[in-house]
Write a protein that binds this ligand. Structure first.
Ligand code: LLP
Length: 422
């Protein structure tokens, strides 16, 4: 059951009419369903016997993190900014995993001072830095060693992370050496291993390959006398945007049980997209329709700066008219494009839509993950706003940032602010 459905011919988010949201707060705007987020969390928690640390990067709005924190989720963060967001939204520091390939010393020191649950290290210099900073703070830092398992995954090349040539993790053949080194450094408690092989994965096979490799490492490390208490299995669960078949979490749970079940390790997963992806839409209004000899363009008020995924990853998102067209309405293929001055500013290509007029509203689905968080103000556009629906209520959870407010942040250097030369 989806949270976005037609009622009386008009698309609603739960019990709230999307026309009302557009009328009240304007467009473009993101709309999230709290109930859909809660449902996704519960279905994952029921499927897999692992601690769920929500990958905040997918959608770091306080309201979204708080929704998940209230259900008991921890958080996976990749920057000081995300760490601050997770804590502000009520995630206890001890339930936070700090991941990422380039943590600064300031970020590491902050994480240690706050007492984050685990810092996943991805390189030898980083391991040393965590040790030094923990000692300086007279604290002990819990670390996980992120493994690069060298597995190929079938997803967009920009979001595959577990291959030999990717920047992430410690090459698996070096893990035993680094693990031993970590045990020798002061200020560290080594909890175990971590892995994340990529995002939007629909096939369980690469997970299986990666987890088998992880199991092999656990056995080898234990044979060398080291303890491995915890395995962080990353995120990556793929969802259905349009025609794809989502990877069922119970299938992933079976893979985990088969490959890692007998090891007696505590398990952590770090899903982002699975929890929020289909819980959000981007609501946009048609500015005009333009026909050219080869194409029909529907120019809308949302653009690549609001939802970058189609441009960056050739992602295909579903497009729905907020007013349902009669079943016998004539449909024709159109490209949904924004006003940004780039040919790549396309939100959807060749979608079969009934004819649309200026002012009509469209909802772009699957926009809850990696939508608003990746938005910018490119082309001097307002930074897009966000709203959340719960049953028959809705609230603005981030107002649109007006271009005037952004303009006010600019400063002229002194040599440009005086009277004009010449
Ligand atoms: N853990 C780590 C260490 C990660 O790097 C990521 C995602 C996740 C967990 C969560 O992965 P998920 O469950 O959401 O697949 N902007 C891209 C996705 C980038 C994902 C980066 N890392 C997109 O729009 O598809």
């Amino acid at each position: 059951m989806t949270a976005f459905a037609y009622r009386g011919g008009v698309l609603h988010a739960e019990a709230v009419c999307l026309e009302d949201i557009a009328g009240d707060v304007g467009t473009p705007v993101y709309v999230y369903s709290q109930t859909a987020i809660e449902r996704a969390y519960r279905s994952l928690a029921d499927s897999i016997d692992a601690r769920i640390c929500y990958a905040v990067k997918a959608n770091s709005n306080q309201a979204v993190i708080a929704t998940l924190a209230r259900l008991g989720a921890g958080a996976d963060v990749v920057s000081g900014g995300e760490l601050a967001r997770a804590i502000a939204a009520g995630v206890p520091p001890g339930e936070i995993v700090f991941s990422g390939v380039g943590k600064t010393r300031e970020e590491i020191a902050r994480a240690i001072a706050l007492g984050v649950g685990q810092i996943n290290v991805e390189s030898e210099p980083e391991l040393r830095a965590v040790s030094e900073l923990a000692c300086a703070a007279a604290r002990s830092a819990v670390v996980g060693v992120r493994v690069n398992p060298d597995v190929d995954v079938n997803t967009h090349r920009k979001i595959a992370t577990g291959g030999r040539l990717h920047k992430f993790g410690i090459p698996y053949q070096d893990v035993a050496r680094l693990y031993a080194q970590a045990h020798g450094l002061p200020g560290l408690r080594v909890a175990g291993l971590a892995v994340h092989i990529g995002s939007q994965l629909l096939d369980p096979a690469p997970f299986e390959r990666a987890y088998r490799r992880l199991a092999g490492l656990v056995s080898a490390l234990r044979a060398d006398g080291f303890s491995v208490e915890k395995l962080d299995l990353g995120g990556g669960l793929g969802i259905a945007y349009t025609a794809e078949r989502a990877l069922d979490p119970t299938v992933l749970a079976d893979v985990v049980a088969r490959t890692l079940g007998g090891l007696g390790c505590a398990l952590v997963v770090e899903p982002g997209r699975y929890l929020v992806g289909n819980a959000g839409i981007l609501l946009t209004r048609v500015i005009l329709t333009k026909r050219t000899p080869g194409r029909t363009f529907v120019v809308v008020d949302a653009a690549m700066n609001d939802l970058l995924r189609p441009t960056l990853y050739d992602a295909v998102h579903p497009v729905m008219g907020v007013r349902r067209a009669p079943p016998d309405a004539r449909r024709a293929a159109a490209d949904i494009v924004g006003p940004v001055c780039e040919t790549g500013d396309v939100l959807a290509t060749a979608v079969e839509l009934p004819s649309l007029a200026a002012g009509d509203l469209l909802a772009i689905g699957g926009a809850g993950a990696y939508g608003a968080v990746m938005a910018s103000s490119y082309n001097g556009r307002a930074l897009v706003g966000e709203t959340m629906v719960c049953e028959d209520r809705f609230a603005v959870i981030r107002p649109r940032l007006d271009p005037a407010e952004l303009l006010a942040l600019d400063r002229l250097p002194p040599w440009l602010s005086g009277p004009k030369a010449g």
